[in-house]
Design a protein around this ligand. Structure first.
Ligand code: EPU
Length: 410
């Protein structure tokens, strides 16, 4: 498994907190990491990928930086917003373009800003740019109204060098938050409780560079689980962590997919043909619930399972744009509010479709494995934002799949 996109991007941003040379291992070779590297370089850092070890990234953080995330990069990658906390902590100022809406609809950052204000930062927004200032951040107790991943991360990174104690209540509990906390502790921060709902941070004066290995990508692992559920067969997913995917594995088990935890790998086996997976109902929730990022994969699985499954989206209300694409492939899905009612069909039928975002794009690719005939996924560049060689890996597993240069950005 490659390292998790949603951890690597935050760790790269966190490196800004300490001048010197940081080393990150198991960094996925994906477009979003390249964008984050470009953002750090525009701010004055030097980011290098190992020539012999391409999964190793070194980040040289200078003493003086331009504390700014410009629109051309924020627009391409919303995750750029996570530089806000580290920049405020390190330089007492930050200018970050306001991210626009995206394929999930409006994605506000109000919680990030409110939480940072409670630490003493002030913000003004004009001409599409948020300008933040903070003389010295001061630790305090902060209750997040929702366990937002990004808000928890920004707050955590801002608090590590704040004066005094910060307590984050109702913090996000994702494995990537735990990974970020471990990275910060490696830098000399005093953080406890990450992975739980209450995180306590004792501010320290100074941090130092660190060497760290990025946690494996649970969403990527789930993509290969779904591929087996759709195409049949049996594979081992090296490095995948069952303990980070418990709720999903329970659901897949209930559908009839056999997943065995081999410690440092997952073994996954589809039911014997002509066995078919059984439909289940699923609701997405913050971790440890079933992640919203798994949803397109689950909808693809349900679309050929036996029975009717209702999938309820509780995290991003607008995250259903790929459903008309699956319907083009013969799926029987009705969307009602934030529920998708998926009536399993015998087989999908290959068709030209369009990837609306990273995870949905991957789901359309694996759905194509179960479809009769050819599926052509346009806008495949979305997939490359978050997956290191999905197509190559599937082809090595025996799938008949290839990148077609020139088709919608592939
Ligand atoms: N929200 C607010 N205000 C805020 C922040 C969030 O209303 O200030 C809302 C969002 O609109 C959403 C919910 O809270 O309805 C959850 O958002 P959260 O902040 O938890 O998500 P995020 O940090 O924006 C990360 C991942 C997403 C993943 C979500 C949920 C990264 C870069 N992104 O987004 O991953 O779906 O957590 O787990 O870490 C992806 O990888 O393709 C992806 C979209």
């Amino acid at each position: 498994m490659a390292g998790a996109k949603n951890s690597a991007l935050k760790l790269m941003a966190a490196a800004v907190l300490a001048p010197g040379c940081h080393t990150l291992r198991n960094v996925p070779r994906i477009a979003d990491v390249t964008l984050m590297a470009e953002l750090l370089e525009r701010m004055g850092a030097r980011v290098t990928r190992g020539a012999d070890e391409p999964d190793v990234v070194t980040i040289e953080v200078p003493d003086v930086m331009v504390p700014e995330a410009p629109y051309d990069l924020v627009e391409k990658m919303r995750a750029s917003i996570v530089v806000l906390g580290p920049l405020l902590a390190r330089f007492g100022e930050a200018r970050v373009s306001v991210p626009g809406g995206d394929d999930f609809g409006h994605r506000p950052i109000d919680m990030h800003l409110r939480a940072l204000e409670e630490l003493g930062a002030t913000f003004t927004t004009s001409h599409g740019v948020i300008e933040g200032r903070a003389e010295r951040l001061l630790g305090t107790r902060i209750l997040l109204e929702y366990p937002s991943v990004g808000a928890t991360e920004n707050l955590l990174m801002a608090a590590v060098t704040a004066k005094g104690t910060t307590v984050i209540d109702n913090a996000a509990r994702e494995p990537e938050i735990e990974d970020l906390a471990a990275f910060l502790v490696g830098m000399g921060a005093d953080v406890s409780g990450a992975g739980g709902s209450t995180i306590t941070i004792e501010g320290v004066e100074r941090l130092h560079p660190v060497e760290h290995t990025v946690v494996p990508d649970r969403i990527e692992a789930a993509t290969y689980l779904a591929a087996v559920g759709l195409a049949g067969g049996s594979i081992a997913i090296e490095g995948a962590r069952a303990d980070h995917m418990k709720m999903l594995l329970d659901k897949l088990g209930a559908m009839g997919l056999r997943v065995d935890d081999g410690g440092d790998r997952l073994w996954v086996t589809a039911p014997e043909r002509p066995g078919r997976l059984t439909s289940v109902d699923v609701a997405t929730l913050p971790y440890p619930g079933v992640a919203t990022d798994y949803k397109p994969l689950l909808v693809a699985l349900l679309s050929v399972a036996d029975g009717v499954g209702i999938l309820t989206e509780n995290v991003f209300a607008g995250r259903f744009r790929y459903i008309p694409e699956l319907v083009r492939m013969g799926a029987d899905i009705r969307v009602e509010g934030h529920h998708a009612v998926v009536r399993g069909v015998e087989a999908l039928s290959g068709a030209p479709v369009r990837a609306p975002d990273i995870r949905a794009g991957a789901a359309l690719v694996v759905a194509g494995l179960a479809a009769e005939g050819e599926t052509l996924v346009a806008d495949a560049h979305h997939v490359a934002r978050g997956y290191q060689d999905l197509v190559g890996n599937l082809a090595r597993l025996g799938a008949d799949v290839a990148l077609v240069p020139g088709v919608g950005g592939a």
